[in-house]
Design a protein around this ligand. Sequence first.
Ligand code: DAH
Length: 348
Amino acid sequence: MDIAKEIEELTNQALQEIAALGELKALEGWRVLYLGKKSQLTGLLRGLAQLPVEERRAAGALTNELKRLLESSLEEKRAALQSAQVAALQEQGRLDVTLPGRPLLQGRLHLTTQVVRQICDIFKSLGFQVVEGPEVEWDYYNFEALNIPKDHPARDMWDTFWVDYTNEQGQRPMLLRTHTSPMQIRVMEKTSPPVRVVVPGKVYRYEATDATHESMFYQIEGLAVDKGITFADLKGCLFEFARRLYGPDRKARFRCDYFPFVEPGVEMAIDCFACTGAGCRLCSNTGWIEILGAGMVHPDVLRRVNYDPEVYTGFAFGLGVERIPILRYGIEDIRLFYSNDLRFLKQF
Ligand code: DAH
Protein backbone atom coordinates (compact mmCIF):
# COMPACT_ATOMS: atom_id res chain seq x y z
CA MET A 1 0.00 0.00 0.00
CA ASP A 2 0.99 3.59 -0.62
CA ILE A 3 2.63 4.94 2.52
CA ALA A 4 0.90 8.32 2.30
CA LYS A 5 -2.44 6.53 2.20
CA GLU A 6 -1.57 4.27 5.08
CA ILE A 7 -0.50 7.25 7.17
CA GLU A 8 -3.64 9.14 6.38
CA GLU A 9 -5.85 6.22 7.45
CA LEU A 10 -3.81 5.69 10.58
CA THR A 11 -4.07 9.36 11.44
CA ASN A 12 -7.83 9.42 11.03
CA GLN A 13 -8.31 6.29 13.08
CA ALA A 14 -6.02 7.38 15.89
CA LEU A 15 -7.50 10.85 16.14
CA GLN A 16 -11.06 9.50 16.09
CA GLU A 17 -10.32 7.06 18.86
CA ILE A 18 -8.55 9.50 21.09
CA ALA A 19 -11.35 12.01 20.72
CA ALA A 20 -13.78 9.42 22.04
CA LEU A 21 -11.77 8.65 25.17
CA GLY A 22 -13.37 9.94 28.38
CA GLU A 23 -11.01 8.64 31.05
CA LEU A 24 -7.35 9.08 31.90
CA LYS A 25 -6.98 5.36 32.51
CA ALA A 26 -8.04 4.51 28.94
CA LEU A 27 -5.44 6.88 27.52
CA GLU A 28 -2.61 4.49 28.33
CA GLY A 29 -4.18 1.80 26.13
CA TRP A 30 -4.31 4.26 23.28
CA ARG A 31 -0.66 5.21 23.80
CA VAL A 32 0.46 1.57 23.68
CA LEU A 33 -1.61 0.93 20.60
CA TYR A 34 -0.46 3.92 18.55
CA LEU A 35 2.92 4.88 19.96
CA GLY A 36 4.14 1.67 21.63
CA LYS A 37 6.94 -0.66 20.50
CA LYS A 38 4.56 -2.91 18.60
CA SER A 39 2.53 -0.14 17.04
CA GLN A 40 1.96 0.37 13.34
CA LEU A 41 3.96 3.60 13.61
CA THR A 42 7.02 1.77 14.92
CA GLY A 43 6.63 -0.67 12.04
CA LEU A 44 6.54 2.20 9.56
CA LEU A 45 9.62 3.84 11.04
CA ARG A 46 11.54 0.57 10.91
CA GLY A 47 10.44 -0.02 7.32
CA LEU A 48 11.88 3.31 6.12
CA ALA A 49 15.35 1.78 5.79
CA GLN A 50 14.10 -0.74 3.24
CA LEU A 51 12.59 1.90 0.96
CA PRO A 52 14.31 2.98 -2.23
CA VAL A 53 16.28 6.18 -1.63
CA GLU A 54 13.96 8.33 -3.81
CA GLU A 55 10.91 7.48 -1.67
CA ARG A 56 12.69 7.43 1.65
CA ARG A 57 12.94 11.17 2.18
CA ALA A 58 9.26 11.97 1.63
CA ALA A 59 8.05 8.87 3.50
CA GLY A 60 10.39 9.71 6.39
CA ALA A 61 9.02 13.22 6.62
CA LEU A 62 5.41 11.96 6.62
CA THR A 63 6.06 9.26 9.22
CA ASN A 64 7.84 11.65 11.56
CA GLU A 65 5.07 14.17 11.17
CA LEU A 66 2.62 11.41 12.12
CA LYS A 67 4.70 10.60 15.16
CA ARG A 68 4.71 14.23 16.33
CA LEU A 69 1.00 14.52 15.72
CA LEU A 70 0.21 11.41 17.76
CA GLU A 71 2.48 12.55 20.58
CA SER A 72 1.04 16.02 20.76
CA SER A 73 -2.52 14.63 20.61
CA LEU A 74 -1.67 12.38 23.51
CA GLU A 75 -0.36 15.29 25.61
CA GLU A 76 -3.28 17.54 24.77
CA LYS A 77 -5.78 14.83 25.65
CA ARG A 78 -3.99 14.00 28.87
CA ALA A 79 -4.06 17.66 29.93
CA ALA A 80 -7.72 18.01 29.01
CA LEU A 81 -8.74 14.88 30.93
CA GLN A 82 -6.70 15.92 33.96
CA SER A 83 -8.26 19.32 34.21
CA ALA A 84 -11.72 17.79 33.73
CA GLN A 85 -10.97 15.45 36.61
CA VAL A 86 -9.84 18.29 38.86
CA ALA A 87 -12.93 20.29 37.96
CA ALA A 88 -15.15 17.30 38.79
CA LEU A 89 -13.47 16.86 42.18
CA GLN A 90 -13.85 20.54 42.94
CA GLU A 91 -17.49 20.38 42.02
CA GLN A 92 -18.02 17.37 44.30
CA GLY A 93 -16.41 18.90 47.34
CA ARG A 94 -17.52 22.41 46.70
CA LEU A 95 -17.82 24.50 49.79
CA ASP A 96 -20.86 26.65 50.17
CA VAL A 97 -19.46 29.49 52.21
CA THR A 98 -22.93 30.88 52.78
CA LEU A 99 -24.06 27.80 54.76
CA PRO A 100 -24.24 28.36 58.51
CA GLY A 101 -21.36 26.65 60.38
CA ARG A 102 -21.88 23.37 62.19
CA PRO A 103 -21.70 23.92 65.96
CA LEU A 104 -18.64 22.38 67.63
CA LEU A 105 -19.19 20.62 70.95
CA GLN A 106 -17.04 22.33 73.50
CA GLY A 107 -15.44 20.12 76.14
CA ARG A 108 -14.91 21.18 79.72
CA LEU A 109 -13.29 20.02 82.92
CA HIS A 110 -15.45 17.86 85.14
CA LEU A 111 -16.82 19.72 88.14
CA THR A 112 -14.78 17.53 90.49
CA THR A 113 -11.59 18.23 88.53
CA GLN A 114 -12.25 21.94 88.77
CA VAL A 115 -12.67 21.79 92.53
CA VAL A 116 -9.66 19.49 93.03
CA ARG A 117 -7.51 21.95 91.08
CA GLN A 118 -8.85 24.91 93.00
CA ILE A 119 -8.05 23.26 96.35
CA CYS A 120 -4.63 22.02 95.26
CA ASP A 121 -3.77 25.50 93.99
CA ILE A 122 -4.51 26.95 97.41
CA PHE A 123 -2.27 24.43 99.15
CA LYS A 124 0.44 24.81 96.53
CA SER A 125 0.56 28.51 97.31
CA LEU A 126 0.97 27.57 100.98
CA GLY A 127 4.05 25.49 100.15
CA PHE A 128 2.49 22.04 99.71
CA GLN A 129 3.43 19.65 96.93
CA VAL A 130 0.75 17.65 95.08
CA VAL A 131 1.31 13.88 94.91
CA GLU A 132 -0.88 10.95 93.95
CA GLY A 133 -1.04 7.34 95.09
CA PRO A 134 -2.49 3.95 94.15
CA GLU A 135 -6.23 3.27 94.38
CA VAL A 136 -5.64 -0.45 94.88
CA GLU A 137 -3.88 -0.48 98.22
CA TRP A 138 -2.48 -2.84 100.85
CA ASP A 139 -4.32 -3.33 104.11
CA TYR A 140 -1.03 -2.27 105.72
CA TYR A 141 -1.13 1.27 104.31
CA ASN A 142 -4.88 1.78 104.41
CA PHE A 143 -5.33 0.52 107.98
CA GLU A 144 -2.48 -1.15 109.83
CA ALA A 145 0.12 1.61 109.54
CA LEU A 146 -2.56 4.17 110.45
CA ASN A 147 -3.20 2.58 113.85
CA ILE A 148 -6.20 0.60 112.68
CA PRO A 149 -5.28 -3.02 113.44
CA LYS A 150 -7.24 -6.03 112.22
CA ASP A 151 -10.46 -6.66 114.14
CA HIS A 152 -10.26 -3.20 115.69
CA PRO A 153 -13.70 -1.60 115.94
CA ALA A 154 -12.35 1.55 114.24
CA ARG A 155 -12.40 -0.40 110.97
CA ASP A 156 -16.16 -0.01 111.05
CA MET A 157 -15.62 3.64 110.09
CA TRP A 158 -14.71 2.48 106.60
CA ASP A 159 -16.76 -0.15 104.76
CA THR A 160 -14.25 -1.77 102.52
CA PHE A 161 -14.10 -3.30 99.06
CA TRP A 162 -11.63 -6.15 99.36
CA VAL A 163 -9.69 -7.32 96.33
CA ASP A 164 -10.23 -11.01 95.67
CA TYR A 165 -6.66 -12.06 96.37
CA THR A 166 -5.47 -14.38 99.12
CA ASN A 167 -1.84 -14.50 100.24
CA GLU A 168 0.15 -17.50 101.52
CA GLN A 169 -1.08 -16.89 105.07
CA GLY A 170 -4.66 -17.17 103.84
CA GLN A 171 -5.33 -13.44 104.34
CA ARG A 172 -6.86 -10.92 101.99
CA PRO A 173 -4.38 -8.03 102.29
CA MET A 174 -5.47 -5.98 99.27
CA LEU A 175 -8.32 -3.50 98.98
CA LEU A 176 -9.61 -0.40 97.23
CA ARG A 177 -8.39 2.45 99.43
CA THR A 178 -11.18 3.77 101.63
CA HIS A 179 -9.42 7.11 102.10
CA THR A 180 -6.37 9.00 100.85
CA SER A 181 -4.65 8.71 104.25
CA PRO A 182 -2.47 5.69 103.23
CA MET A 183 -0.42 8.13 101.16
CA GLN A 184 0.73 9.75 104.41
CA ILE A 185 2.65 6.55 105.13
CA ARG A 186 3.92 6.06 101.58
CA VAL A 187 5.24 9.63 101.42
CA MET A 188 6.94 9.48 104.81
CA GLU A 189 8.53 6.09 104.03
CA LYS A 190 10.17 7.61 100.95
CA THR A 191 11.20 11.04 102.22
CA SER A 192 12.79 12.47 105.28
CA PRO A 193 11.23 15.53 106.90
CA PRO A 194 10.27 18.27 106.30
CA VAL A 195 7.18 16.97 104.45
CA ARG A 196 4.39 19.08 103.04
CA VAL A 197 2.07 17.28 100.63
CA VAL A 198 -1.52 17.21 99.49
CA VAL A 199 -2.94 14.06 97.88
CA PRO A 200 -6.04 14.29 95.71
CA GLY A 201 -7.65 11.09 94.48
CA LYS A 202 -10.48 8.59 94.28
CA VAL A 203 -11.54 6.55 97.28
CA TYR A 204 -14.00 3.67 97.53
CA ARG A 205 -16.59 2.63 100.12
CA TYR A 206 -18.71 -0.48 100.17
CA GLU A 207 -22.03 1.30 100.56
CA ALA A 208 -25.58 1.22 99.35
CA THR A 209 -25.70 4.33 97.16
CA ASP A 210 -28.30 7.02 97.65
CA ALA A 211 -28.54 10.79 97.28
CA THR A 212 -25.80 11.35 99.85
CA HIS A 213 -23.65 8.22 99.39
CA GLU A 214 -21.55 7.07 96.46
CA SER A 215 -19.28 4.03 96.41
CA MET A 216 -16.58 6.11 94.73
CA PHE A 217 -15.77 9.71 95.52
CA TYR A 218 -12.79 12.04 95.84
CA GLN A 219 -10.78 13.09 98.84
CA ILE A 220 -7.83 15.37 99.37
CA GLU A 221 -5.36 14.42 102.06
CA GLY A 222 -2.85 16.79 103.57
CA LEU A 223 0.28 16.16 105.62
CA ALA A 224 2.88 18.49 107.12
CA VAL A 225 5.71 17.15 109.28
CA ASP A 226 8.71 19.07 110.54
CA LYS A 227 10.52 20.10 113.70
CA GLY A 228 8.32 22.22 115.92
CA ILE A 229 4.96 21.93 114.11
CA THR A 230 2.15 22.57 116.59
CA PHE A 231 -1.61 22.57 116.69
CA ALA A 232 -1.43 26.31 116.02
CA ASP A 233 0.09 25.54 112.60
CA LEU A 234 -2.80 23.17 111.86
CA LYS A 235 -5.32 25.82 112.78
CA GLY A 236 -3.56 28.63 110.95
CA CYS A 237 -3.05 26.64 107.79
CA LEU A 238 -6.55 25.18 107.57
CA PHE A 239 -8.19 28.44 108.55
CA GLU A 240 -6.28 30.22 105.78
CA PHE A 241 -7.38 27.50 103.35
CA ALA A 242 -11.04 27.93 104.38
CA ARG A 243 -10.88 31.70 103.94
CA ARG A 244 -9.34 31.40 100.50
CA LEU A 245 -11.97 28.90 99.41
CA TYR A 246 -15.02 30.38 101.11
CA GLY A 247 -14.18 34.06 101.44
CA PRO A 248 -12.13 36.22 103.85
CA ASP A 249 -14.94 36.73 106.38
CA ARG A 250 -15.40 33.06 107.26
CA LYS A 251 -15.09 31.96 110.86
CA ALA A 252 -13.73 28.55 111.73
CA ARG A 253 -14.58 26.13 114.52
CA PHE A 254 -12.51 23.17 115.67
CA ARG A 255 -14.06 20.44 117.78
CA CYS A 256 -12.65 17.18 119.12
CA ASP A 257 -13.14 14.16 116.92
CA TYR A 258 -11.59 10.72 116.75
CA PHE A 259 -9.41 9.36 113.98
CA PRO A 260 -7.01 6.56 114.96
CA PHE A 261 -4.00 8.09 113.19
CA VAL A 262 -4.08 11.51 114.85
CA GLU A 263 -3.95 12.70 118.44
CA PRO A 264 -5.67 14.98 119.14
CA GLY A 265 -8.14 14.66 116.30
CA VAL A 266 -10.51 17.42 115.26
CA GLU A 267 -13.34 18.19 112.94
CA MET A 268 -13.25 21.60 111.37
CA ALA A 269 -16.34 23.62 110.52
CA ILE A 270 -16.89 27.05 109.04
CA ASP A 271 -19.77 29.38 109.76
CA CYS A 272 -22.49 28.76 107.19
CA PHE A 273 -21.85 30.87 104.09
CA ALA A 274 -25.54 30.86 103.23
CA CYS A 275 -26.89 32.30 106.48
CA THR A 276 -23.62 33.50 108.12
CA GLY A 277 -24.40 31.48 111.18
CA ALA A 278 -28.05 32.34 111.72
CA GLY A 279 -29.22 28.84 110.80
CA CYS A 280 -30.73 27.60 107.55
CA ARG A 281 -31.47 24.44 105.59
CA LEU A 282 -27.92 24.22 104.25
CA CYS A 283 -26.37 24.01 107.72
CA SER A 284 -29.30 22.06 109.22
CA ASN A 285 -30.01 25.07 111.43
CA THR A 286 -26.72 24.77 113.27
CA GLY A 287 -25.04 27.77 111.69
CA TRP A 288 -21.94 25.60 111.03
CA ILE A 289 -20.79 23.48 108.12
CA GLU A 290 -18.28 20.70 108.71
CA ILE A 291 -15.63 20.73 106.04
CA LEU A 292 -12.83 18.38 107.08
CA GLY A 293 -11.21 16.03 109.58
CA ALA A 294 -7.71 16.74 110.90
CA GLY A 295 -5.33 16.26 113.76
CA MET A 296 -1.75 16.02 114.96
CA VAL A 297 -0.04 12.97 113.47
CA HIS A 298 -0.04 10.17 116.05
CA PRO A 299 3.44 9.42 117.47
CA ASP A 300 3.00 5.71 116.68
CA VAL A 301 2.41 6.58 113.03
CA LEU A 302 5.63 8.61 112.99
CA ARG A 303 7.55 5.80 114.71
CA ARG A 304 6.36 3.31 112.12
CA VAL A 305 8.06 5.29 109.33
CA ASN A 306 11.18 5.83 111.47
CA TYR A 307 10.50 9.47 112.27
CA ASP A 308 11.46 10.27 115.86
CA PRO A 309 8.32 11.74 117.48
CA GLU A 310 10.54 13.45 120.06
CA VAL A 311 12.06 15.48 117.21
CA TYR A 312 9.32 15.71 114.62
CA THR A 313 5.67 16.58 114.86
CA GLY A 314 3.06 17.17 112.21
CA PHE A 315 -0.54 17.65 111.29
CA ALA A 316 -2.75 15.86 108.80
CA PHE A 317 -6.16 16.50 107.33
CA GLY A 318 -8.61 14.92 104.94
CA LEU A 319 -11.59 16.36 103.14
CA GLY A 320 -14.30 15.12 100.83
CA VAL A 321 -14.18 16.95 97.51
CA GLU A 322 -17.77 16.61 96.25
CA ARG A 323 -19.19 18.09 99.44
CA ILE A 324 -17.76 21.45 98.46
CA PRO A 325 -19.69 21.92 95.18
CA ILE A 326 -22.70 20.14 96.67
CA LEU A 327 -22.96 22.92 99.25
CA ARG A 328 -21.86 25.67 96.88
CA TYR A 329 -24.42 24.90 94.17
CA GLY A 330 -27.10 23.13 96.18
CA ILE A 331 -26.64 19.84 94.29
CA GLU A 332 -29.21 17.45 95.64
CA ASP A 333 -27.82 14.08 94.62
CA ILE A 334 -24.17 13.04 94.75
CA ARG A 335 -24.85 10.34 92.15
CA LEU A 336 -25.19 13.09 89.53
CA PHE A 337 -21.42 13.59 89.61
CA TYR A 338 -20.53 10.29 88.01
CA SER A 339 -23.56 9.26 85.98
CA ASN A 340 -22.32 11.09 82.87
CA ASP A 341 -25.47 13.09 82.32
CA LEU A 342 -24.38 16.03 80.16
CA ARG A 343 -27.37 18.08 81.25
CA PHE A 344 -25.82 18.11 84.71
CA LEU A 345 -22.16 18.33 83.73
CA LYS A 346 -22.62 21.17 81.23
CA GLN A 347 -23.75 23.54 83.94
CA PHE A 348 -20.29 23.93 85.45
N1 DAH B 1 -9.20 9.66 106.32
C1 DAH B 1 -10.32 10.18 107.08
C2 DAH B 1 -11.63 9.66 106.48
O1 DAH B 1 -11.65 9.23 105.40
C3 DAH B 1 -10.31 11.71 107.03
C4 DAH B 1 -9.20 12.26 107.86
C5 DAH B 1 -9.40 12.67 109.15
C6 DAH B 1 -7.92 12.40 107.33
C7 DAH B 1 -8.41 13.18 109.94
C8 DAH B 1 -6.89 12.94 108.09
C9 DAH B 1 -7.15 13.31 109.40
O2 DAH B 1 -5.67 13.08 107.63
O3 DAH B 1 -6.13 13.82 110.15
O4 DAH B 1 -12.61 9.68 107.16
